[in-house]
Design a protein around this ligand. Sequence first.
Ligand SMILES: Cc1cc2nc3c(=O)[nH]c(=O)nc-3n(C[C@H](O)[C@H](O)[C@H](O)COP(=O)(O)OP(=O)(O)OC[C@H]3O[C@@H](n4cnc5c(N)ncnc54)[C@H](O)[C@@H]3O)c2cc1C
Length: 416
Amino acid sequence: MRRALVIGGSLGGLIVAHLLRSTGCDVIVFERNEEELASRGVGLGTHPQLIAILKRAGIDFDASMGITPPRAVCLDASGRIIIDRPTARTLSGWSRLYRALLDALPAQTYRLGKKLVRVAQDANGVTAIFADGTSERGDLLVGADGIRSTVRAQFLPEIKPVYAGYVAWRAVLDETDVPPDLWREMVELYAFCLPEGEQLISYAVPGRDNDTAIGRRAYNIVWYRPVNPDTLVDICTDADGRHHFGGIPPPLIRADVIARVKADAKALIAPQIAEIFARTAPFFQPIYDLVSPRLVFGHAVLAGDAAFVARPHAGAGTTKAALDAACLADSIRDAGDDLDAGLKRYERMQQPFGSAMVALNREEGAYLSAQLKPKGQRTAAELNRDIGAVLRAHIDRSEQVGEIVAAHGLAALAGA
Ligand SMILES: Cc1cc2nc3c(=O)[nH]c(=O)nc-3n(C[C@H](O)[C@H](O)[C@H](O)COP(=O)(O)OP(=O)(O)OC[C@H]3O[C@@H](n4cnc5c(N)ncnc54)[C@H](O)[C@@H]3O)c2cc1C
């Protein structure tokens, strides 16, 4: 039986593990964290392809796993609805999917506290070498170790995430902490606010215990804000003067940075959303692009965010990771004894697909990146946005993801 070592035990690594197991592989997942991963309760957009691949992994995405607000609206700074359209996107939560995937995996196949430091290869297979001095042998190693992938850094040291020029402030509040009249007003809405040069989206998501039952849900806010690289260094510096490269852990964000964003919320965004935001402990993630020109290095491969990081506008990072996992499993299965041929096919399919997903999201975020240019150098489209077009593009994005999946010959992976 073939043995696969999966590095990284988040959503991407877990889906890879399930699908490789379904092809008869013996799979072990190695996660560097000492404890099971904890969510910050934030929302996760889904697409039909993700739901179909979860089903292949044995996870039935039923009504308890997501919330589908019926209307997409745009609110102006006074809180008035200026655009109102039907929508059908299902919003779930990161931890809802993590729990379902982890619980369905035999406990002995998920090892915590195992930080990969290096990969070695010889004619007989792959060795994963860990920071605790241990090592493991396998026929195949999958680097599902995220944006700062150790596996990628070893094989593609020149490929680094590129800062997009803006951050996503994220905030979540339990339903019970939202004033009831405000909750009633907002719960049915997938709500946008578009202050000049910025973009905010908010919606209800499963709550703290992954619950979608009335009274136990939560409200989720994602607010994209241009931040120049010098200011990014400042806001990623904690109260002790330590700079956290690539993103500061939420508890270390300085009080003055939080106070400033809350004051900006009050001044710039619809009062309904600003009031919810004011009651949260917000945190931010810098937004990056990353494209890997190759995904396969002998019997070591990259998948999920380790391979490509698309800006989050299409809410499809997990969908893309799931498609990587399905393509990898099917390519290996179909190639029979010829593992090299299976891995070659995986790279041939997923490299152009990942690049296309990065391009789609880059296009969507171009307006936000452009805000760092001096006003005189911005194009008309970068200075003024048609709010209706922004909303239409956002709503159409699920379809565009489907079109990219089909154009790259991947529709069958999701059962289409
Ligand atoms: C603001 C924002 C909003 C987003 N919204 C959505 C959304 O709505 N929908 C969606 O589908 N996606 C969304 N995403 C993207 C999504 O989170 C990821 O694309 C997706 O979860 C795939 O992640 P992954 O498993 O490949 O990597 P990660 O989730 O980054 O996991 C990597 C794992 O590898 C582990 N690891 C790292 N190094 C090592 C090592 N050396 N040894 C062992 N383990 C290691 C890490 O601890 C981690 O657990 C969003 C992202 C951002 C930033």
